[in-house]
Design a protein around this ligand. Structure first.
Ligand code: NDP
Ligand code: ZN
Length: 351
């Protein structure tokens, strides 16, 4: 089969591979639509998770079941399915302790385009099909299902990590597609005020639609100073970080109230240390929490999140700014993600 792969750090291209084999608990899927992720860009061009040779890229997709293993109970050939970017081993001790994303090792629930071939192939493999697939509801398009694979669960996980409560003032740093879903999630959770940090008009417009109330640009001066100006020097209750880099934690801590919480879902592609400012961190005693997390994945989460779309509480179409038709355009879509033109939020390739 054909696939679009990371050949080595800094280099991508089309390759031929054997079609993946289906174990007794697994499924083989033929993609209906796929989307590239900023994470693919960190992985290939920053080498952020180390060398990978001839690994098919992509972890956002949906498709049709082509084959199921002998022990799969709930899915059959021909079903239209969704699958999250993270596909844990649900029997692992980490999953049993509530952290399926780290099943059998840190970040090891993230298999597609990390530990095995991803979804940019003519076929892709899903482990533990009964736990990791979900039926694609008729009301949801394949393009929307791609947004449900990663952007929605990741942005929403940032909201969970930040523990957003009714009436909170929330700061969302970075309003690419992940940050936009953090804005939407904060809004659904009852945040009163949502301050969004971005610079491009296309994302600011989308953030307004998802419930952001205030806007600042990281290009107009330090984020913390702008936030303190907007909040009469008080700062915010909760922060979701979905953009920036290792230096973004400093303004975040400075903009956060004592006992506030930061949920980071940004993939830190470079740098060695993250700097936390000592004084604004309450000289070690400010009860300012920082949790960085990979989203959990799995069938239950996909079924639940998709119901927000089915019941019209969440519209994913504003995320999709570029649409391609045909598998051969996977390459164009990935390079769009790398080059990030000003009008881009997310590209999708329908197959
Ligand atoms: P984008 O690149 O589309 O968006 C990044 C956002 O951050 C933009 O709004 C950008 O502003 C803003 N930004 C850029 N530089 C800074 C800065 N110095 N300070 C503050 N904001 C800044 O990324 P995505 O939304 O696609 O993804 C966000 C992150 O989430 C990525 O690192 C991605 O790899 C990661 N990710 C993590 C996952 C997880 O499970 N934890 C899963 C999926 C993705 P503008 O463009 O307007 O200038
Ligand atoms: Zn991703």
């Amino acid at each position: 089969m054909k696939g679009y792969a990371m050949l080595r750090i800094g280099e991508t291209g089309w390759i031929e591979k054997e079609r993946p084999e289906c174990g007794p608990l697994d499924a083989i899927i033929r993609p209906l639509a796929v989307s590239p992720c900023t994470s693919d860009v960190h992985t290939v061009w920053e080498g952020a998770i180390g060398e990978r040779e001839n690994m098919i890229l992509g972890h956002e997709g949906c498709g049709i079941v082509e084959e199921v293993g002998s022990l799969v109970k709930d899915f059959k050939v021909g079903d239209r399915i969704m699958v999250a970017a993270i596909t844990p081993d649900w029997g692992s001790l980490e999953a049993q302790s509530g952290y399926p994303m780290h099943s059998n090792g840190m970040l090891a629930g993230w298999k597609f385009s990390n530990f095995k071939d991803g979804v940019f192939g003519e076929y892709f493999h899903v482990n533990e099909a009964d736990s990791n697939l979900a039926l694609l509801p008729d009301e949801i398009s394949p393009e929307e299902a791609c947004m449900l694979a990663d952007m929605v669960p990741t942005g929403f996980h940032g909201v969970e990590l930040a523990d957003i409560q009714f009436g909170d003032t929330v700061l969302v740093i970075g309003i690419g597609p992940v940050g936009l879903m953090a804005v939407a999630g904060a809004n659904l959770r009852g945040a009163a005020r949502i301050i969004a940090v971005g610079s491009r008009p296309v994302t600011i417009e989308a953030a307004k639609g998802y419930g952001a109330t205030d806007f600042i640009s990281y290009k107009d001066g330090p984020i913390d100073e702008q936030v303190l100006d907007l909040t009469n020097g008080k700062g915010v209750d909760r922060i979701v970080i979905a953009g920036g880099d290792v230096s973004t934690f400093e303004p975040a801590i400075k903009a956060l109230k004592p006992a506030g919480k930061i949920g980071n879902v940004n993939y830190l592609g470079g740098g060695v240390y993250i700097q936390i400012p000592r004084v604004e961190w309450g000289v070690g005693m400010g009860h300012k929490q920082i949790v960085g997390g990979l989203m959990p994945g799995g069938r239950l989460r996909m079924e639940k999140l998709s119901q927000l779309v089915v019941n019209k509480k969440l519209d994913l179409n504003p995320l999709i700014t570029h649409r391609f038709n045909g598998f051969e355009h996977v390459e164009d879509a990935l390079f769009l993600m790398k080059d990030k033109p000003k009008d881009l939020i997310k590209p999708v390739v329908t197959i």
